[in-house]
Design a protein around this ligand. Structure first.
Ligand code: BG6
Length: 511
């Protein structure tokens, strides 16, 4: 990654003893350090209740870097030098009186490390602290930007419904300007997600076709092969709607559907994304019945090994009706997208881990050639693969060599792996660096956050009021409830069944 001009600063991580810090944040900061992207004077202060000190915190983080950083094979010397920049403070983060210790420690760090009073506070804590920590910081004057910048990064979930999201925003805005608040959605940090803007707006050939006149429907998938792992306690109260749809999937919808921004800056891009959320057609009662498929994985055998059902997972209610799969048809009511269905789906314990967008184009207006009879979904498709095997694939038709005019679909594909010397940064690297430079383009603005909750709120209400609303079981390792295919309008149309490799699809492939 190219080094940008960053000012000297301290990154203060609340929840520093947790998994995110260990697996993602510190490894990402180390990778930035390796690329010389950090400012010359830089320090990390881990804050949590657990009783670490500077040394034991450094040891733990070293271990995290060795396992999870891209530059995991850095020399011991580099790792030790970097770790000298890591510090730790143990306080009761839910007790406002303890924050004077934090203030003193930061004053000390400014002197020792020359961090110039510029602070980024990263809230990697349980959401119950999202209102308290910013308030306690403000009580110590740590929201005040007279002596340096003061930014807050907040992890999802930002609220659990529309009301709590509005409350959270309002509480943050009591002490901070919107420009100081960085709501992180790690999907936006993915290189391939950002590339959607470039694919759409740097090429002259796609944008003229990118509308209701040429696009039949849009399909967005975020499939995972893992189950809920050790997060049952959280997930059982969240489900796929809150965990993936309200945030990651709707963010991708916005990037696919937005109008060209006036320029590549935070205000223009985020304004255009907001307009998409505002144009999402509100779901009627009928839509809630017809256009949503909920599923929950059940026990099965995957590759000869027993795979637990969701209700057997640790910390999950044995009668749980939480959805681990969600497919939805939605519409964007504006001139570009009027009546073009967007199908989005996500699920745990699906056959493979893959996230992608498929743009399905309308058929040629005249059927001059014999139809390929055995193919579903045989019209042109543009696949924007987010992960894995990152790349782009265009399915286009060609003549089968020989007599007559037999037509066949072929793939024109580009894989990031073909760019030999190119480094694909991890999402957290990009996002942390952006916050350091004050660029909020890839963070969620408060108004957009509320607009996405507004869209999903009817679903939450509907499921609350109708606990018996259909919830389909699907065997772990399958593509989710069968009836999800019926969502897709049009004869012979189904979801694409993607494989690990971008260029393969179908029910039988390498996973
Ligand atoms: C997180 C969800 O936001 O995204 C997880 O809470 C999910 O449940 C994860 O596994 C998926 O992210 P990625 O980057 O692996 O697609």
């Amino acid at each position: 990654m190219k080094s940008k001009a960053t000012q000297d600063l301290a990154l203060i991580i609340f929840g520093a003893s947790g998994d995110l810090t260990y697996r993602k944040l510190i490894p990402a900061v180390f990778d930035l350090y390796k690329q010389e992207a950090l400012p010359s004077n830089f320090a990390v202060l881990g804050v949590a209740r657990s009783a670490f000190n500077d040394d034991s915190f450094r040891e733990k983080m070293k271990d995290g870097i060795r396992q999870f950083a891209t530059a995991k094979d850095a020399s011991d010397e580099e790792l030790n030098t970097f770790c000298q920049k890591l510090h730790y403070l143990s306080i009761n983060t839910d007790d406002g009186k303890e924050y004077s210790k934090l203030k003193d420690r930061l004053d000390g760090l400014d002197k020792e490390e020359n961090t110039a009073g510029n602070y980024i506070f990263y809230l990697s804590t349980p959401p119950s602290l999202y209102q308290l920590i910013p308030k306690f910081l403000a009580e110590q004057g740590l929201n005040n930007e007279d002596k340096g910048f003061r930014r807050i990064i907040i992890e999802k979930p930002f609220g659990t419904d529309l009301k709590s999201a509005i409350d959270l925003n309002a509480s943050l805005l009591e002490n901070y300007e919107e420009e100081q608040i960085y709501r992180i959605d790690h999907y936006l940090g993915k290189e391939t997600v950002q590339n959607m803007l470039v694919t759409r707006f740097a090429n002259g050939i796609y944008e003229p076709l990118w509308n209701r006149n040429y696009i039949q429907h849009v399909e967005i998938t975020a499939a995972e092969s893992i189950g809920v792992e050790n997060r049952g306690g959280y997930y059982d109260h969240s489900g796929a709607l809150r965990d993936m749809v309200q945030n990651h999937l709707l963010q991708i919808v916005a990037l696919v559907a937005m109008e060209p921004p006036m320029s590549i800056d935070s205000v223009s891009i985020r304004n255009e994304k907001l307009k998409v959320f505002q144009a999402l057609r509100p779901m009627s009662d009928e839509d809630l019945f017809k256009n949503i498929i909920r599923g929950q994985y059940t026990a099965s055998n995957i590759k000869g090994k027993y795979a637990k059902g969701y209700r057997e997972e640790k910390d999950v209610n044995p009668d749980s009706r939480t959805e681990t799969y969600l497919a939805m048809k939605l519409f964007i009511d504006n001139w570009r997208w009027g009546d073009v269905p967007f199908y989005i789906r996500t699920g745990k314990r699906l056959p493979t881990r893959v996230s992608e967008v498929v743009i399905h184009f309308k058929p040629a207006p005249q059927k001059l050639f014999p139809q390929s009879v055995d193919l579903n979904n045989d019209e042109n498709q543009l696949v924007l693969r987010i992960q894995p095997d990152e790349g782009i694939l265009l399915k286009t038709k060609m003549k089968v060599p020989g007599s007559g005019y037999q037509v066949k679909n072929v793939n024109m594909d580009f894989h990031y792996s073909q760019l030999t010397d190119t480094y694909l940064p991890e999402a957290y690297e990009r996002l942390l660096l952006d916050c350091m430079t004050g660029d909020s383009t890839l963070y969620i603005r408060g108004d957009a956050l509320e607009a996405t909750w507004k869209f999903v709120q009817p679903l939450i209400d509907f499921w609350d009021k109708n606990p018996d609303a259909p919830l389909h079981g699907y065997p772990a390792g399958s593509w989710g409830p069968n009836c999800a295919d019926d969502l897709i309008e049009g004869k012979g149309l189904t979801w694409r069944y993607p494989c690990k490799n971008l260029s393969d699809d179908g029910i039988y492939c390498e996973l």
